[in-house]
Design a protein around this ligand. Structure first.
Ligand code: DC
Length: 231
């Protein structure tokens, strides 16, 4: 059997609370939080900024060839990962619903997945990572020691996402967000490469009726019980 890596993966659909839980889990374990969705959002932003058609794979390939994407830890306990594109901070531009939809579109392109998967694997090489996304347990880190798949009903996910957007001062229409979430999940699940799905060895947690703290505690308990070395 190949060796397990000191990595936690948390996959699941849009708006399920992966970021809150991943950030908190990373803090409690003393691991680095790797937000892979932020990297797909960064590529989406680059495409929009350069006026590149997301359906034109050659144009996207040319654009991302020299793109430098860097992540830095959040500045506050409840902040988002900071994202830099060719040295310029773009954190404030990528967390919109629109950028989420565009990220989902470009994430189906093999050239984008290859580049970002490679980058994520480099970032995880030393271990001690909590990675969140859609394919972190299935494709990016198949040897991760602890894998989770978070799920919740679409209505609850739309409510949470709307609340999050309002907290950031954005206008949020919950019905529209729900429709967008459902469409994005469908696309993310149905794409040919690295679709959204639970790894066969992932623990599935439904967070519809639980708080982020409940979920984090459950995960910590599982990690400690199934630890191959002290964490
Ligand atoms: O987690 P998020 O909402 O920031 O992700 C935005 C989109 O990026 C998501 O709808 C699909 C894509 N994505 C992906 O394909 N694989 C990942 N590991 C993470 C995100």
């Amino acid at each position: 059997m190949s060796e397990k890596q000191l990595i936690v993966t948390i996959d699941g659909p849009a708006g399920v609370g992966k970021s809150t839980v991943s950030r908190e889990l990373a803090r409690r374990l003393g691991f680095t939080y790797l937000d892979t969705g932020a990297m797909y959002r960064a590529v989406a932003y680059a495409c929009q900024n350069a006026g590149v058609n997301p359906a034109d794979e050659d144009a996207v390939a040319a654009l991302i060839h020299d793109l430098i994407i860097e992540l830095q830890p959040p500045t506050s306990a409840d902040g988002d990962v900071r994202v830099f594109l060719n040295g310029k901070e773009i954190s404030n531009f990528i967390r919109t619903q629109e950028m989420g939809m565009l990220a989902s579109r470009i994430s189906g392109l093999p050239v984008v997945r290859d580049k970002l998967t490679d980058l994520q694997q480099q970032m995880g090489r030393k271990g001690k990572i909590v990675a969140e996304g859609r394919d972190t347990g299935t494709v990016v880190f198949p040897q991760a020691a602890w894998k989770f798949y978070l799920d919740a009903r679409p209505e609850e996910r739309a409510r949470r996402r709307a609340e999050q957007l309002r907290d950031r001062g954005e206008v949020a229409d919950e019905t529209e967000i729900r429709a967008q979430i459902i469409k994005r999940d469908q696309d993310d699940r149905q794409r040919t490469i690295a679709p959204l799905k639970a790894a066969a060895d992932a623990i599935i947690i439904d967070s519809t009726n639980g708080t982020a703290d409940d979920v984090t505690r459950l995960m910590i308990a599982h990690i400690k019980q199934n630890s191959f070395q002290p964490v």
